[in-house]
Ligand binder design. Structure first.
Ligand code: BGC
Length: 803
């Protein structure tokens, strides 16, 4: 019996088919007198509700909204309560704007620090990402708005993001790329979940039965509906068959007609369609039940939440000779373009039309310091400007300290674009080096959504990483600089010494379809700690203006307790981290993994007992032979640390479980000696034959080849189109602002021409285009014209039927 049996019985086949796709860019279909439409809007750190022209890349205008710190920033707080408050504020704003589903949070694992979208994701660690995501979901949903964690799963590079196949060995998939979603789903209970653009081990996420049915629904008990990423629906019938409920944006008549046809031919059982509609309807009806569009937004409250979230997420990375906090009346020079034009959020679908953006210069006057002036210091577009730099030096020479606001500009990190390196722009580095030659202590304030190489670190007195702090990031940064806020943020990702240390960094992003996840489980600190590679700042690292002492570890079967004491002069928060490892493990296993954490607030001299319980994730590993979670029997290291590399207390515990015989004798993997790992090793870890790579001229392009693959096309004109695109992209990069539209087109598969044009282009038309590209120009063109008229007619008939 379906939950909405009665309503579903009254729906026609066409109405049910329509419900599996959107009616517009953001809304689902409404059925008169029976089913209302719901409105979905990005995103993870603030609403992007578009009422005029629509797009999925943040290009057209959206309603003003509060811009909270991005996920990469919030994760540094390690504070579930705080993130819950941000979620609630976001959920309330959504209600006031009549948005039923917020398209976030983004949970993907930061597999590589160059992923252009890392700013939108929480962590390289699935436990932390899962906990932060669950807190955000609970916060959003406490208001009656629904959350839609994304992108499920293993969507870890922007290059070819709609046309890549993540090949991951089963154990790594479960332990790394799914555990984050598992925690978020089980503990946050989201009503919606967004599938990813990519394939996972050869099957598109939105039609992946293993992920959507076997794991998400059956194992984890997910009760909501699965929405595709925008344009991520591949084979619409296969999606409905395998667990995908809703393809967005609208497919016009095309998607629904495919469903009708499939039901009529018996390819798709009507019960399966009913089931998908039922899962969707339960949520649609509940989300619209208590609709209250009258609610007013208290913008000043929202701004305060954004401020608090930013302040508690700032990470103090260096503080030589207690340069910070700044004493009252210190003469402070502010240097750097970012001080006046802050970089406070990322680009792409998450772009918020922020209500009230602060900057460091404007908020300087409210501080108890003596503000002696501002100099731009460098040009944002990377061009070296000696005059700006000379003026900055002159100002620094007049001050007690110089605060340089540096970071990544808009072109460096964005949805649709992976970073080319981990460096600050050269002209900023040059300015830091020049200013460091003055006798004035230099404080570097960073704005960036992720990791930065810091070869200049030894030359400066202090470094504070604000990540992307949202609209209130500037006043939050001042709070830390003047000591009103004792910094307690801890890094949710490793900052390596250089990008060369990142495993298989040269192969990222993978340019062909098949992405081999060759590093296996050794992502982020799992690699650096196991391979004993030094890093610039370890996972979990962050300084405070006070100090903490750890003692009295007690390990019991239920968890650990320990004492933490504030041994300094200021009150402060400490994030205490639990890592577990098994040094004699028979498995390929990282040296230690995060399995719990807690944040404790302590007055000067105060000591408190902390308590971290072992949960079902503490000792488990995924056994691929029995296809189940198991515990390896034996002794485990229980480590309590202030970061993954700063272990303060050590204990052990013996766990009952399976005696594991090493199934794979892959020595290089076992030692995380990844530079020695061969393709044959990866193939053995993967457990299947790896697909071969084809890229020669004259290749037949198919529906899921990317537009950029036209460089191999048989047809001359198609190769010219590729060249034009490439040229236009290079031109747009030179302007310093990424052209997200061009990037999207370049990386998208041909199929997306049909999936992203609101039904204006049918799959038959795309196949005709492909025929032209593949060397049958004239017959392809004839088909294209025929299908164009057919599609136009079909859409007209469909619109009439549905109105
Ligand atoms: C992004 C999603 C986003 C959607 C709608 C896609 O391009 O990948 O994260 O929610 O657009 O804007």
């Amino acid at each position: 019996m379906l939950n909405n049996q009665k309503i579903i019985e009254q729906l026609t086949l066409a109405e049910k088919a329509a419900l599996t796709t959107g009616q517009s860019t953001w809304q689902t279909y409404a059925v008169a007198d029976k089913i209302p439409a719901i409105f979905m809007a990005d995103g993870p750190h603030g609403l992007r509700k578009q009422t005029g022209a629509t797009d999925h890349l943040g290009l057209n205008a959206s309603e003003p909204a509060t811009c909270f710190p991005t996920a990469a920033t919030l994760a540094n707080s390690w504070d579930e309560n705080l993130i819950g408050q941000v979620g609630a504020a976001l959920g309330n704003e959504a209600r006031a704007l009549d948005v039923q589903v917020v398209l976030g949070p983004g949970l993907n694992i930061k597999r590589n620090p160059r992923c252009g979208r890392d700013f939108e994701y929480y962590s390289e660690d699935p436990y932390l990402a899962g906990k932060m995501g669950a807190a955000m979901i609970r916060g959003i949903q406490s208001t009656g708005t629904f959350a839609s964690p994304k992108h499920f799963a293993a969507n870890n590079q922007e290059y070819r993001r709609m046309a890549s196949n993540s090949l991951i060995d089963e154990r790594t998939l479960r332990e790394l790329y799914l555990t984050n979603f598992e925690i978020a789903v089980k503990e946050g209970k989201p009503r919606v979940l967004m599938s990813a653009y990519n394939e996972i081990n050869g099957i598109y996420a939105h039609e992946n039965k293993y992920l959507l049915e076997d794991i998400l629904r059956k194992e984890w008990g997910f009760k909501g509906f699965v929405v595709s990423d925008w344009g991520g629906d591949n084979d619409h019938v296969a999606a409905v068959q395998n667990g995908g409920n809703l393809a967005m944006p609208t497919l016009g008549a095309n998607g629904p007609l495919e469903i009708i046809q499939a039901v009529k031919s018996g390819e798709l059982a009507e019960e399966t369609l009913n089931q998908r509609v039922d899962e969707l309807l339960t949520q649609i009806l509940q989300s619209t039940a208590g609709k209250n569009t009258q609610q007013q937004v208290d913008w000043s409250h929202q701004h305060q939440v954004a401020h608090k979230a930013a302040a508690e997420s700032i990470v103090l990375l260096k503080n030589k000779a207690a340069t910070l906090p700044l004493a009252d009346t210190t003469k402070v020079a502010l240097i750097g373009d970012f001080a006046k034009q802050p970089r406070y959020q990322g680009a792409g679908s998450s772009l918020v039309n922020a209500q009230q953006v602060e900057n460091m210069v404007a908020t300087a006057v409210d501080q108890p310091i003596t503000f002696i002036g501002y100099e731009q210091g460098y040009q944002r577009n990377g061009i070296v400007d000696h005059e700006l730099s000379a003026a900055a030096v002159a100002l620094a020479n007049k001050s007690d300290v110089a605060v340089i606001c540096a970071g990544l500009d808009e072109i460096s990190e964005s949805e649709g674009l992976d970073r080319t390196d981990l460096k600050l722009p050269d002209n900023q580095v040059e300015l830091i080096n020049t200013l460091a030659q003055t006798s004035t202590p230099i404080i570097v304030v960073l704005s960036a959504g992720s990791v930065i190489e810091m070869p200049w670190l030894d030359k400066v007195a202090a470094v504070v990483h604000g990540y992307l702090g949202g609209e209130a990031g500037a006043s939050a940064m001042w709070d830390v600089l003047i000591g009103k806020q004792n910094p307690s943020g801890k890094l949710a990702e490793t900052h390596p010494l250089t990008y060369e240390d990142v495993p298989f960094g040269k192969e990222y992003p993978t340019t062909q379809r098949d992405v081999y996840y060759k590093e296996g489980p050794f992502v982020g600190y799992r690699y650096y700690t196991t391979a004993e590679k030094p890093v610039r700042f370890p996972f979990g690292f962050g300084l405070s203006y006070t100090t903490f002492a750890y003692s009295d570890l007690h390990v019991a079967s239920s968890g650990v307790t320990a004492m933490v004491k504030n041994t300094g002069e200021r009150e402060g928060n400490e994030v205490v981290q639990l890592y577990i490892g098994k040094s004699d493990s028979q498995l390929i296993r990282p040296r230690r993994e995060l399995k719990g954490f807690t944040k404790v607030h302590l007055a000067p001299g105060e000591a408190k007992q902390i308590n971290i319980r072992f949960d079902d994730k503490a000792f488990r590993y995924f056994d691929v032979t029995s296809n189940s979670w198991q515990v390896e029997a034996g002794t485990y290291d229980i480590l309590i640390g202030a970061s993954v590399d700063d272990i303060r207390l050590r204990g052990t515990i013996v766990e009952a479980g399976q005696n594991v015989a090493p199934a794979l004798n892959l020595v290089h993997y076992r030692k995380a000696d990844l530079s020695q790992v061969t393709l044959a090793d990866f193939s053995a870890l993967y457990g299947q034959t790896l697909p071969a790579v084809k890229t020669e001229i004259g290749q037949q392009l198919a529906i899921n080849s990317t537009i950029a693959e036209m460089r191999y096309a048989k047809n001359w004109l198609a190769r010219q189109v590729y060249r034009y695109l490439k040229h236009a992209l290079a031109k747009s990069e030179a302007t310093g602002k990424p052209d997200l539209n061009l990037l999207f087109i370049y990386n998208m598969p041909f199929r997306a021409i049909a999936k992203m044009t609101n039904g204006q282009v049918s799959l038959d038309m795309v196949n005709a285009i492909l025929r032209m590209v593949n060397g049958h120009f004239w017959s392809g063109l004839t088909r294209l014209i025929n299908h164009y008229f057919k599609n136009r007619k079909q859409n007209k008939v469909w619109q009439k039927e549905m109105s």
